[in-house]
Design a protein around this ligand. Structure first.
Ligand code: HAM
Length: 420
């Protein structure tokens, strides 16, 4: 038997219901915040990720799915969504329009990671990117949107861990302090960190091997090296978050694993989940230099992404969702061929009027049809029989109260719609 590739999942049964539910909450909230849906390719030129996510990031160094197509082009399955959205913004010259652009996306991403709970090789993210504004209210809006989506999915004990990397000047000062601090401890760090020290020392703070060592715990903090204006900016973001009723904690450990960030960076966790790595439901930050680095104008960007697979795993632990079942509005029953012709017509009319309808398509007898209707959790049953049909009537049974009424066939759709 052919099995699915390692690190991928099939979404079926009650999981697929949860997926549909999460996606509908996400798109409703995105519309309310006036974000426009954007779809970019699942594969892009490899160079795009090298120049955005960064040569020294774990993602680009170890985790990308790279391949050559038949035209000898170097392509990569996208490991995240930001790079593609920014590429599209530049390629389509959307920056030439005076407005800010607020995009959201929802799609699969690919990272060659060691699969474990909440860590897949093919996973799905929803996220946003806001391009063209440096106003701290946008930082607060993006963070609060992510927070409020998770809150409206009934995930409790949410906390945003937030930090600021500051502007370029702050980052240069910080890097100097960090290098000076780490140098005497280098031999005690892992081999990867020794390499990171040469290429990108900030990355060391993000190390999964050394994260619990005292060396990293006592390392200098980015917020102590912010310039006056970067500090003021960060304080303004926090003030707006208070107004928007977002629970946050300033956490100097948040530096994020992708190279493009500056100023505000954040991750969102549920404190109910004690597995620290898998509890990170989403993260993001500002990337004010990225657009220019990719050949665009001096502009601004900020965004977040949340892992839907991790969200679903959390929802499955919540009582509210444990008994979630698919249900239909109406099941139409018949036995004879003549009744079937009426059934076909009624089923089609109901469906086209938005009534979730199913019928017998396996030549079942009446008893089996009742069983099938129960299995599908049908609310109303339409039971067709030739005698009633001759008088222009159909039987409708409420599957919960078991009450039955006869309804004129010409009024059946209206009757069902108004009795759901
Ligand atoms: P990220 O922190 O790499 O950020 O990923 C965001 C979220 O995607 C994580 O918090 C996690 O929930 C989910 N995720 C990441 N890797 C996996 C995996 N292997 N399996 C399952 N879920 C995973 C980004 O991707 C940035 N592009 C976010 C951003 C948008 N920054 C600015 N704009």
């Amino acid at each position: 038997m052919i099995t699915k590739p390692k690190g991928t999942i099939d979404i079926t049964g009650s999981d697929s219901l949860l997926w549909e539910y999460v996606n509908s909450v996400v798109s409703t909230m995105m519309s309310a915040y006036n974000y426009e849906f954007i779809r970019t390719p699942i594969f892009e030129a490899s160079e795009l990720f090298h120049r955005t996510v960064g040569e020294t990031s774990d993602i680009v160094r170890k985790e990308t799915y790279d391949f050559k197509d038949k035209g000898d082009r170097n392509l990569t399955l996208r490991p995240e969504g930001t790079a593609g959205v920014v590429r599209s913004y530049l390629e389509n010259k959307l920056y030439a329009q005076p407005d800010i652009k607020k995009y959201y996306y929802n799609g699969t991403m690919y990272r060659y990671e060691r699969p474990q709970t909440g860590r897949l090789r093919e996973f799905t993210q929803f996220g946003v990117e806001v391009l063209g504004s440096n106003d701290p209210i946008i930082d607060a809006e993006v963070i609060s949107l992510q927070y409020k989506i998770l809150e409206s999915l009934h995930i409790s004990n949410l906390q945003v861990n937030i930090n600021s990397l500051g502007d370029e000047e702050s980052r240069i000062k910080y890097k100097e302090a960090l290098v000076k601090y780490l140098e005497p401890h280098l031999d005690k760090l892992c081999d990867d960190c020794k390499e990171r020290f040469k290429t990108n020392p900030l990355r060391i703070l993000d190390c999964k091997i050394d994260e619990d060592s005292d060396i990293l715990k006592n390392a200098p903090k980015t917020i102590d090296y912010l310039t006056e204006s970067a500090k003021k900016r960060f304080d303004t973001v926090l003030r707006y978050l208070d107004l928007l009723e977002v629970d946050y904690e300033v956490n100097p450990k948040i530096v994020r694993g992708l190279d493009y960030y500056d100023h505000t960076v954040f991750e969102i966790v549920s404190l109910d989940n004690d597995d620290t790595r898998q509890s990170v439901l989403g993260g993001g930050g500002r990337y004010n230099k990225l657009i220019k680095e990719l050949g665009g104008p001096d502009s601004y960007g900020i965004g977040f992404a949340c892992g839907i697979d991790r969200i679903i795993a959390m929802l499955k632990e919540i009582d509210l969702y444990k008994s979630i079942q698919r249900e239909i509005d109406c099941y139409v029953m018949y036995v004879s061929e003549e009744e079937k012709l009426h059934a076909i017509d009624i089923v089609q009319s109901l469906r086209l009027n938005g009534v979730v309808t199913e019928t017998n398509s396996l030549n079942k007898n009446l008893k089996a049809e009742f069983n099938e209707a129960d299995r599908l959790n049908a609310k109303l049953l339409i039971i067709l029989n030739n005698e009633d049909l001759k008088m222009g009537l159909v039987n409708v049974k409420d599957n919960h109260t078991k009450e039955e009424v006869k309804v004129d066939i010409s009024e059946i759709v209206d009757y069902i719609v108004s009795n759901l």
